[in-house]
Structures are given as C-alpha cells and as structure tokens.
Design a protein around this ligand. Sequence first.
Ligand SMILES: *[C@@H]1O[C@H](CO)[C@@H](O)[C@H](O)[C@H]1NC(C)=O
Ligand SMILES: *[C@@H]1O[C@H](CO)[C@@H](O)[C@H](O)[C@H]1NC(C)=O
Ligand SMILES: *[C@@H]1O[C@H](CO)[C@@H](O)[C@H](O)[C@H]1NC(C)=O
Ligand SMILES: *[C@@H]1O[C@H](CO)[C@@H](O)[C@H](O)[C@H]1NC(C)=O
Ligand SMILES: *[C@@H]1O[C@H](CO)[C@@H](O)[C@H](O)[C@H]1NC(C)=O
Ligand SMILES: *[C@@H]1O[C@H](CO)[C@@H](O)[C@H](O)[C@H]1NC(C)=O
Ligand SMILES: *[C@@H]1O[C@H](CO)[C@@H](O)[C@H](O)[C@H]1NC(C)=O
Ligand SMILES: *[C@@H]1O[C@H](CO)[C@@H](O)[C@H](O)[C@H]1NC(C)=O
Ligand SMILES: [Zn+2]
Length: 645
Amino acid sequence: MGKRFKVSWLCVLCVVLALVSVATIVTLWTIAFTGGKGGDVTAPWDRYRLPTALIPEFYNITLWPRLMPNPNSSLYIFTGWSTVQFECREATDLILIHSNKLNYTEMKDGHLVRLTAGGAESAPIIKSVWLQLETQYLVIQLRSKLTSGQKYQLYTEFTGELADDLAGFYRSEYEEDGGRKIVATSQMHPTHARKTFPCFDEPAMKAVFHITLLHPPGTIALSNGMETGSAAITIDGQALLQTRFEETKKMSTYLLAIIVSDYAHLNTTQGNIQIRIWARRKTIEQGQGNYALNVTGPILDFFQSYYDISYPLRKSDQIALPDFYFGAMENWGLVTYRETNLLYDPETSSNSNKETTATIIAHELAHMWFGNLVTLRWWNEVWLNEGFASYVSYLGADFAEPDWNVKDLIVLDDVHKVFAVDALASSHPLTSEEDSITLPGQIMEQFDTISYSKGAAVLRMLSDFLSESVFRQGLSSYLRDFSYANTNGSSLWNHLQMAVKDNNVALPDQVDAIMNPWVLQMGFPVVTIDTSTGKVSQKHFLLDPESNITVQSPYRYEWVIPVRWMKDGDICEDIWWLMEKEALNVDMRTGPSWVLANINVTGYYRVNYDLGNWERLFSQLSTDHQAIPLINRAQLVDDAFNLAR
Ligand SMILES: *[C@@H]1O[C@H](CO)[C@@H](O)[C@H](O)[C@H]1NC(C)=O
Ligand SMILES: *[C@@H]1O[C@H](CO)[C@@H](O)[C@H](O)[C@H]1NC(C)=O
Ligand SMILES: *[C@@H]1O[C@H](CO)[C@@H](O)[C@H](O)[C@H]1NC(C)=O
Ligand SMILES: *[C@@H]1O[C@H](CO)[C@@H](O)[C@H](O)[C@H]1NC(C)=O
Ligand SMILES: *[C@@H]1O[C@H](CO)[C@@H](O)[C@H](O)[C@H]1NC(C)=O
Ligand SMILES: *[C@@H]1O[C@H](CO)[C@@H](O)[C@H](O)[C@H]1NC(C)=O
Ligand SMILES: *[C@@H]1O[C@H](CO)[C@@H](O)[C@H](O)[C@H]1NC(C)=O
Ligand SMILES: *[C@@H]1O[C@H](CO)[C@@H](O)[C@H](O)[C@H]1NC(C)=O
Ligand SMILES: [Zn+2]
C-alpha cells in the first residue's frame, strides 16, 4: 500500500487519532462483551483468527453493483452470489468464514448457505447458520463432520451496501459535464474483502478467483485479470453487460479489485505486458495520464531485472479514483490510486507532484512481487512488506528518472522523518508479536511511519552492508522459493544468509543476529566517536534523555552497528562494526584532520563527536564544503540540531 503521509501531517494526525480511538473503543467493547459472556469466550467463533481446518482453493464470484439508488430505500447496493471451494484438512463440524455487513438470501431449504461435496459423497446436513457480528463471521454448524481430504463448495447469495465509506466494494462520486457520475470501486486491504463476499479473509488463505461483473451498458468493468469477454444479458427486465475476467493467480483476498466506471484509458505495451492507465474522461483528454503511462513500462522492466523474475501477470492496469483512503493500493494487476498520486498535469502540477507520482508507482509495482507473489503470513510483519516497497521505490523511480538523484531523498523523506518518531520512549519495534495483532483496528495500526520509513531505512542499511548484488541474489531466491505462498521475515534472513555464504561476504555475525536488534526493539542508537582517545560508544538515542523506558528489550537497547566512515577526506573501504557498548578503534584517533561517520547515512543511527572533531568539521565546511558528501552535510545539520535539543 502507498503511504499517505506526504499529504498532510494534520490529516495524518487526525487519522491516527481516529484509529486509536476506534481501536480503543473496539477493545473496550470486546472486553465488555466477552467479559459478559463467561464460558463462551473460547468458542471458535469468538476468536478473531480463523482455524486452519479448512483451506480455500478457488472462488467463483458474480457481483452486480447498482449505480443508481434503490428508489424504495434510497440506498446504493450491490448484490452477488459466490461459490467457494475449500479442502477439509482436519475433520470438523464447523465452517467459519468471514462476512461483514452482508445480508444473505435464504436458500430453498431455509438456510443462508448451500453446501455440496466434491466427489460422490454428499455433504453433511446443516444444523444452523448465523452471523457472528463482533468477529465478522458467517458461522455454519453441521450435524456431522466434514471429511479430511475431501473438497466442498459453499454457495451463498447476498446483498451489501455500496456505501461511500472507502471500504470493501464502495462508491466514489464525481461531477462531469454538469452531471454526477458514480464509480463502483474496491479497497479490500486489509480486512474488507469480507464486506464484499464471504471469504477466508486472512493473507495466508490464498486462492484463485474467477470474477464476473454485471454492469450497465456503456460502463467498463475491470478486475485483477484481463477481461475475457462481455455478453449482453437481461435480468428482471434490465439490460446489462456480463463481463468475465481471466482467473487470477493464487493470491490473498486483500489483493482483489473490482471496478465499474465510465472512465477512459491510455494504453501501451512493454514486452508482452499490456499497460493501461484509467481515469476520468476529462483528465485523460487533458493528457494527465501520460506521465504515468511513460514511466510504468520502464519501472516494470527495472523490477523484472532487480528481482530477476519476470512480471507474473499479462497486464498492468492503474486507475485514478476521486475518493480513496490510502495513497494507493497494490491490488495485483489493478492498482488503485488517489487521483493526485497517479495523474500529472504539466500545466498545473509541481515538480514534487511528479516525483510523488514516479515513487508511488514504483512503490506499488514493487509489491507485485514482494507482497503479492510472496506474501507475509500475518500482519505483525507489515513493516517488511511496506518498508521494502518504500526502499525500492527510490530505486525504481531513479531508473525511470536518472537525473533527479531521487535516491538521496530517502534520507530526508524517510530516515530523518522517522528518527523524530523513533526517538520517543513511546515508539515500538518493527515486528510485533503475532498474537498481539488480531482485531481489524490493531491491523490498521500497523500501517504507520515506523513500518514504512524505519522499515525502508533498515532494509537500505542491510542492502548496503551486504552489497546490492548480494542483497538482490538473496531476495530473488526468496521470491522464487515462496512464489504464490506465504512466509515470514526469518525466511528472508535465511535466503540472504545463503547469498552471504555463496559470495563469502565477511560479516561479524549471521544476518538474522545482526538484524534482530533493529527489528525486535524500538529506537536507534547515537554513536559517539571521541577522536582524542579513539573510543567509540553507542547509546539509545532519546529526544528526552529523562524519559523512562518501561519496555524491557532482550537486546538491552544495544545494536550491531555497521560504521562506514571517512578520514582525512578519504572514504575507508571497509565497514567497521560497533558490536558492543564501547569499543576502541585507534584508527579513529585524529591529529589535525577530521573524522566523519555514517557515510551517506546508510546506517540507521545518529553520530556525535568530541568537540575538537566538530570544530574541525565546521572549519572544513566553511573552507571547502564539497569535501563532505552531500548527504552527510544534511546529516551534520540534522544530527547537530537534534543532539542540541
Ligand atoms: C467456477 O468457474 C470456473 C470458470 O468459469 C468454471 O470452470 C467452474 O466450473 C466453476 N465452478 C463452480 C463450482 O462453480
Ligand atoms: C420498491 O418497492 C415496490 C413495492 O414494494 C416493489 O414492487 C419494487 O420492486 C421495489 N423496487 C426496487 C427497485 O426494489
Ligand atoms: C440488511 O438488513 C438490514 C436489516 O434488515 C437492513 O437494515 C439493511 O438496510 C440491509 N442492507 C442492505 C444493503 O440491504
Ligand atoms: C491500445 O488499445 C487498442 C485498442 O484496444 C489496440 O488496438 C492497440 O493496439 C493498443 N496499443 C498498444 C500499444 O498496445
Ligand atoms: C511522455 O513521453 C513522450 C515521448 O517520449 C514525451 O513526448 C512526453 O512529453 C512525455 N510526457 C510526460 C508528461 O512526461
Ligand atoms: C517463521 O517461519 C519459520 C518456518 O516456517 C518458523 O520456524 C518460524 O518460527 C517463523 N518465525 C516467526 C517469527 O514466526
Ligand atoms: C522517570 O522516573 C523517575 C523516577 O520514577 C521520575 O522521577 C521522572 O519524573 C520520570 N521521568 C519522566 C519524564 O516521566
Ligand atoms: C554517496 O551518495 C552519493 C550520491 O549522493 C554517491 O554518488 C556516492 O557514491 C555515495 N557514496 C558512497 C560511499 O556510497
Ligand atoms: Zn505499500
């Protein structure tokens, strides 16, 4: 998902406050509710995580959004019907499937669902079906057990509201030619697919999706797969188009996208990938999609060679929406954006808009492999997905626009930005305990600046100390090994470790041992170099040194720190590792010249020096500032002010 932080701090603050309040309310409410329920607390339908007895294989889904309000209720609605085929892995008489805010139509036998079995065997009789509102399940109790190894299909018909709430299948509106137009669009991530159709709505429950959309003639229907054909049909006297789509790859529910609009598009091809940019007709006529069309092909090519894996799909659609919650969303094959993030108007947009467009497109396209092809098992490691895409978005944008020096901006836009947050005693580690993230509100809280920006910063540090080629080798073998499957951060460390071994990279420890202190404890160090003694030490950097840290860390707020440094104007080729609280590096003792550490701020830490060295650096800056690398000049200013504070 694309970060939204660039838009406005105030707006971010409001959203954060709103999320925190929602999470608090949900938590209190849950406590109050489960508290009153006594012995039932542990019933499977009261737990927020799905059992693993049933594994989905594919869904056949037909959806029909109404682009006019229902005259009786004045609600905008959609109707749908869906079959999910799943395999039973463990005999059970209970089917739990996510469902939120959907109304079900009764089948002939009076139940809300129909269950059939794959082979000759017949499916168990349904005992009862109900909606469990708090945990967002459709619960189906059976009279006998499903058989392990057997496949079953669950069929439902349902109605939902096509609300303007930016979640699930929702409604976006705009004015064109004096009239109001409706787009039916979707945001399934992270837990809204269940608001569109009943599904096993967890990222590890990957399946294949066969999508069919019913829509008014003259509108266009889009989904993850390419359209395979449209047929004119009539339902209840209404003339409709029935558009089918190529089946998706095996993927997570949160990556699904469905859109009905009367948009226009631009198209091109890159190799055998079809690229289309969709937006309101007026904006396409005005050429506002041209820039996105120009950079998408080169960025896709960049990532195909960066990952050394070809783009997994045949087409890449990107669409600009008038109402959109996040900055953008990496639905596989149909990426959705806020209009301002995809469209660029040479007449009125600023250079900064153009830079945002290039980096956000690169961020979302990076996810087509890292995140979509290979997906983290659970939301407690969101940082790896988002931090990674944020880091490589600079590489992709740099490839598309080589004269912008866009890679340098990561230091200002991510590293220095997140230092401000991560220097507080109230910060948190990148990775959370899996069990601590279960409520939808807790999942949403994971998408913060720590995940995006600190994630990007520590992965950039990792790529730097391994070298980019070793980092890419490990990454590529990780993506190949877990294609169409789910995994966790330790698997990435393992693959990087294999690449380290393959290339005989000298490291002071295993990759996971080096990374754990950065990932599993909050904050970052300030490295202090005393050039009179050669003593180098580290300390947890806190904006308020008096603040009390109440969270114990197994790493005692110490880190394994790669130090790239300069002496007498020359860059020392080798990284020097600060492995403990205090160490002696006699090389860092100086005579008349200065020492500068953390070259290009590739390390996620601040640096302080003895007064003498600060003065020598200042005098260098006032005589010939070019001797100090550009990024380090920004570092000296930012570190000096923050150390002073
Ligand atoms: C699901 O859709 C696919 C593709 O249209 C079709 O081949 C298959 O028979 C359908 N299966 C079910 C159970 O509806
Ligand atoms: C509105 O209500 C009338 C009367 O109950 C019904 O005949 C009609 O089908 C309803 N219209 C829609 C679009 O649901
Ligand atoms: C679902 O049912 C509830 C209760 O009958 C009703 O208030 C709501 O409007 C229905 N939603 C839709 C989209 O039909
Ligand atoms: C763009 O789409 C049109 C119509 O679908 C098609 O004829 C044309 O070949 C496409 N152009 C490219 C470059 O793919
Ligand atoms: C897109 O590329 C074309 C051809 O290179 C160029 O003429 C045009 O100015 C570019 N458009 C934008 C908005 O960069
Ligand atoms: C990651 O996955 C591996 C292999 O499945 C497992 O052994 C390990 O415990 C997992 N680590 C975490 C932090 O969940
Ligand atoms: C930290 O704890 C000490 C002792 O409990 C207390 O005196 C001090 O005010 C606390 N500092 C802050 C910033 O809360
Ligand atoms: C530091 O970054 C600059 C770009 O700002 C780059 O040219 C230079 O090679 C980098 N230095 C090192 C040691 O990586
Ligand atoms: Zn993202």
